[in-house]
Write a protein that binds this ligand. Structure first.
Ligand SMILES: *Cc1c(COP(=O)(O)O)cnc(C)c1O
Length: 378
């Protein structure tokens, strides 16, 4: 059986965790949290980063920092994970969905502009599969209307838009270290703050609404309740695990990219004559090999391909169900039909993609897909 995903452990995670335990301090913002923060600020030049317990929490922090109020409108893609918008729905926002591009699951900037009203308080974009959205167009619209942008970069670690790291372009970026991502900590996340004005308040919100972070820096004599907030910081045990992964990011990314490239090389010529398409990579985007997917012509074709591969013990899976068609959205809002989002919901299929996947296994999966296409052509 070839699984769809298998979390990768380097081995040094345990060494770091033991070190954290022997240090006697395992609550948040300890030695390893600082190591992770330094890593991101140095490697990607992020202005300010804060580890969180999940990407969902980082998104919730962004919604609080933007000061989302009931009935404010937030524009987001429908083809995404529920957390992208739930963080804003929690604050009472009205979620307004924009469609995907015709040639990519990412949000279509032309759709965003049409949805802006005087009540629009945030634009949330998702770099699907770690491939950048059209950020110049998105930032041009956002700046013209003076609306903050949140990049849900959950899948986009180590990926770039015209050479600029994803997560550093909008007002905020949010990352995930869930075990299904490239770099993992079991559960974990990070908020990137690209605008100085939000840094101080972000530290407070993350520390239960207190100024404890500045107290520990010696900036205030005692700390107390200064704002709303919650407990968004992870234990240093999580950070110890994460730091081991970060130290191996080059190795992990090189292997994942080799797997992705092998899929692409094997399938690109074979699929040319078929009605199944390969991922489209815009010239401005890098590929961080988070995901390898195919887009079938119809739902029936996808169902048949999935069951064919499952019959050969290859676990391939579909992805998001458009959020504008969810029970929660239909019960609470009304929105337009979004044809491209629906198309990816019906037709996109993800192939196995994880560090330990062998190139021989990739070849096997590709051979079977090619045989499947030849068979249905006859
Ligand atoms: C994984 C993911 C999330 C959620 O990340 P968690 O760390 O599990 O909260 C949010 N958005 C997108 C696009 C994701 O892929």
């Amino acid at each position: 059986m070839i699984p769809f995903n298998k979390p990768y452990f380097h081995g040094s995670e345990l060494v770091h965790i033991t070190e954290a335990l022997t240090s006697g301090k395992i609550s948040g913002d300890g030695y390893f949290t600082k190591k992770c923060h330094d890593f991101f600020e140095h490697r990607y030049g992020f202005k300010k980063v804060l580890l969180t317990t999940s990407c969902t929490d980082a998104l919730e922090m962004a919604a609080i920092l933007i000061d989302i109020q009931p009935f404010d409108e937030v524009i987001a893609p429908s083809y995404t994970f529920v957390s992208t918008v739930n963080a804003f729905a929690l604050r009472g926002a009205k979620i307004v969905f924009a469609d995907s591009c015709d040639d990519h699951p990412n949000i279509d900037p032309a759709q965003i502009e049409k949805l802006i009203t005087p009540n629009t308080k945030a634009i949330v974009v998702v770099h699907y599969a770690g491939v950048a959205c059209d950020m110049d167009s998105i930032m041009e619209i956002a700046n013209r209307f003076n609306i903050p942008v949140v990049e849900d970069a959950a899948q986009a670690i180590d990926s770039f838009y015209n050479g600029v790291p994803l997560g550093s372009i909008g007002t905020f970026g949010t990352f995930s270290f869930h075990e299904t991502k490239n770099i993992i900590a079991g559960e974990g996340g990070m908020l990137v703050i690209n605008d100085d004005r939000y840094i101080n308040r972000a530290e407070i919100i993350r520390e239960k609404g207190t100024n404890r972070t500045s107290f520990f820096r010696g900036e205030v004599a005692k700390y107390g309740w200064v704002d709303i907030g919650s407990s968004f910081l992870p234990s240093d045990i999580i950070a110890a695990f994460l730091f081991a992964q970060l130290q191996n990011i080059e190795k992990i990314q090189t292997k994942r990219k080799a797997i992705w490239q092998r899929y692409y090389e094997r399938l690109s010529t074979a699929l040319v004559e078929s009605d199944i398409s390969l991922p489209n990579m815009p010239a401005y985007a890098t590929n961080n090999a988070h995901m390898f997917y195919l887009v079938c012509k119809t739902l029936e074709q996808r169902t048949s391909l999935i069951s064919y591969l499952k019959g050969l013990s290859v676990n391939v899976v579909f992805h998001y169900l458009s959020l504008h068609n969810s029970q929660f959205y239909i019960d609470n809002y009304d929105g337009d039909a979004l044809i491209y989002s629906d198309n990816y919901s019906d037709c996109l299929v993800r192939l196995p993609m994880f560090y330990e996947l062998e190139l021989e296994q990739v070849d096997f999966i590709c051979d079977k897909i090619i045989e499947y296409i030849v068979d249905i052509d006859i």
